[in-house]
Design a binder for this molecule. Structure first.
Ligand code: LR7
Ligand code: MN
Length: 534
């Protein structure tokens, strides 16, 4: 039995408070010496012994009347009841087991796990899964970055595990800066970032290493399997999804296109992806450093996955998903920790930094989708802009054309969109009366945004509704019908109702009306914030 379950039980029964014996790396090879052949389907011969008194470390199960989701947003009892070295279903394509990866490159990986108040059983399982399922000669160390958890011992007690190093932040830094700190500590050639509630699956690392050794400028991600937040059951995820985002810079999954599926010789082959899903990826330490690591101005949580993806693509590298590598992650519905500064604003501010640095002119689409971002102070972008110019990174347009053609401009039939303005006044919808009026422009007033002129249908749209003339006189928003009351054209800055040839005009009390067109009249001049076609 390669798993030393009996030893584990012994350790668990020990009355010592967390007796942890330090085994050197060579002693970890308990059975056979690891050979220079990496076939990763079979049971590995290097099984380490678990050296923590698990029961004492994990502590007591939650009380009967306790809400088991309250502390960690996953079922604490389920997590507690599992041993740290449970076995997992092998979710890879069956043929992944037969792949032999080339001889060891003699390069090592530092696994970096940042955590803030993580449940101990989940954290321990993350670490043990790495130690148990990775050939020791490939692992330099596991760096646990304790992002100022309430109990310092959550991390420090694990420092007696082989290869584990624990660093603790003086103050809460958020996961992005914590990972930067972990990367600065790291000594391995490659960095692998994991969340603190993951379990790596059999043969997870070798296929990732295989890719980065072939192309040192690549960011590789495993397929992320699902660990059920209630039952902790481990389930396979689809290995045919790539990562992308919308103009709000919200991550989304994309199916591989028909072309991409046919181009791939086999379902085991890695494929290119516009972005990684999250923070679980491997990168060469050198490439990570040259890319300026993560933007250290990103706070607490979010958007660093898009940042690293865009940087890698635009500055000479790429991003790949490797289906033969599987890592499980507990997906949750909420964040079980506080966001100093507010949850929504943190993400908005982080995405604003990414948009400002990497989207070029296209950032205007981001602001249209996220008008509230305009008013936020995103802080200095100096360092990131320097990285961009030093590495001579490509413009976002190139990425749209070559990497992420699925990201369409908001509506390619729109020739203009954004706010519809006259001086400092903006067209604003009134939901209750379905009317429209003019009001002082205000970036954060959502009813002033999302106006668009659609050349194809000759309509002026506000979201799903169309600017329409009722009784030849009143301007209202109505369902789009493509009728003559909704057909407009633009002559210079004038907005003209096609059927009558009259112009949209502002009245003295800021009301809107139609009136005979008068060349050059200020009250008939309108501008959209974004003009797409000259
Ligand atoms: O202040 C904090 N300090 C931390 O150290 C907040 C969090 N953290 C730790 C936390 O303990 C955890 O280990 O950071 C890690 C990620 O936080 P989660 O698990 O609360 O967030 P998540 O699961 O939503 O994380 C996803 O999005 C993040 C955006 O910043 C990161 O990219 C995470 O790595 C990412 N998780 C994954 O990619 C897992 C797979 C998701 C998919 C697909
Ligand atoms: Mn997570």
């Amino acid at each position: 039995m390669w798993r030393k379950r009996s030893l584990l039980r012994l350790a668990m029964l020990s009355t010592f408070a967390l007796v942890a014996v330090y085994y050197t790396t060579s002693q970890l090879h308990t059975i056979k010496k690891y050979r220079n052949r990496r076939k990763v389907g079979s049971v590995p011969p290097w099984a380490p012994v678990i050296l923590v008194n698990e029961l004492q470390y994990v502590g007591t199960a939650p009380e009967d009347d306790e809400d088991v989701f309250a502390r960690h947003a996953f079922n604490l009892r389920s997590s507690n009841e599992l041993p740290s070295d449970r076995s997992l279903p092998d979710t890879r394509h069956a043929r992944c087991r037969d792949v032999e990866y080339g001889a060891a490159p003699l390069q090592t990986t530092s696994v970096v796990v940042a955590f803030h108040n993580e449940d101990r059983s989940a954290l321990l399982r993350t670490v043990v899964s790495v130690l148990n399922r990775t050939p020791p000669d490939l692992i330099e160390e596991v760096i646990l970055v304790d992002d100022r958890s309430d109990d310092e011992q959550d991390g420090s007690l694990l420092s007696s595990l082989p290869k584990v190093r624990v660093v603790r932040n003086q103050a809460r830094e958020g996961l992005i800066r914590s990972r930067i700190l972990g990367a600065l500590e790291a000594r391995g050639d490659f960095l692998m970032f994991l969340d603190s509630h993951c379990e790596v699956n059999v043969g997870w690392l070798e296929p990732l290493l295989d890719r980065v050794t072939q192309n040192a400028l690549t960011v590789v991600s495993p397929v992320i399997d699902v660990i059920d937040m209630d039952t902790f059951q481990y389930r396979a995820s689809s290995p045919q999804l790539k990562g992308g985002f919308d103009w709000s810079l919200y991550f989304k999954w994309l199916p591989l296109s028909h072309e991409e599926r046919t181009r791939r010789g086999s379902p085991m082959e890695p494929f290119l992806s516009p972005a990684i899903a999250g923070g679980l990826f491997l990168i060469s330490r050198d490439w990570f450093q040259r890319l300026g690591m993560f933007d250290s101005g990103l706070r607490i949580w979010g958007a660093e996955n898009l940042e690293i993806s865009l940087k890698s693509w635009l500055c000479g590298g790429n991003v790949e998903v490797v289906p033969c590598s599987r890592v499980g992650h507990v997906f949750r519905k909420t964040h079980p920790y506080t966001f100093p500064g507010g949850n929504a604003d943190t993400y908005l501010r982080n995405t604003k930094r990414v948009a400002e640095v990497w989207l070029g002119d296209h950032k205007r689409f981001f602001y249209e989708a996220q008008p509230n971002a305009r008013a936020l102070d995103a802080g200095s972008l100096q360092e990131q802009l320097e990285v961009k110019s030093q590495l001579d990174c490509r413009p976002f347009q190139w990425y749209l054309e070559n990497v992420f053609p699925e990201l369409k401009l908001p509506n390619e039939e729109n020739s203009a969109f954004g706010q519809l303005k006259q001086g400092s006044q903006c067209l604003q919808s009134e939901v209750e009366s379905s009317g429209v009026k003019l009001a002082e422009c205000n970036e954060s007033e959502l009813s002033q945004h999302s106006w668009a002129f659609n050349v194809h249908t000759a309509s002026i749209q506000h979201g799903k509704l169309c600017l329409s003339v009722r009784n030849k006189l009143n301007l209202v928003l109505e369902t789009c019908t493509q009728s003559y009351q909704q057909e407009w054209s633009r002559h210079g800055r004038a907005v003209v109702l096609l059927s009558s040839g009259q112009c949209l005009e502002s009245g003295i009390r800021s009301e809107l009306r139609l009136s005979e067109c008068r060349r050059g009249a200020m009250s008939q001049q309108w501008d959209f914030t974004v003009e797409l076609q000259a």
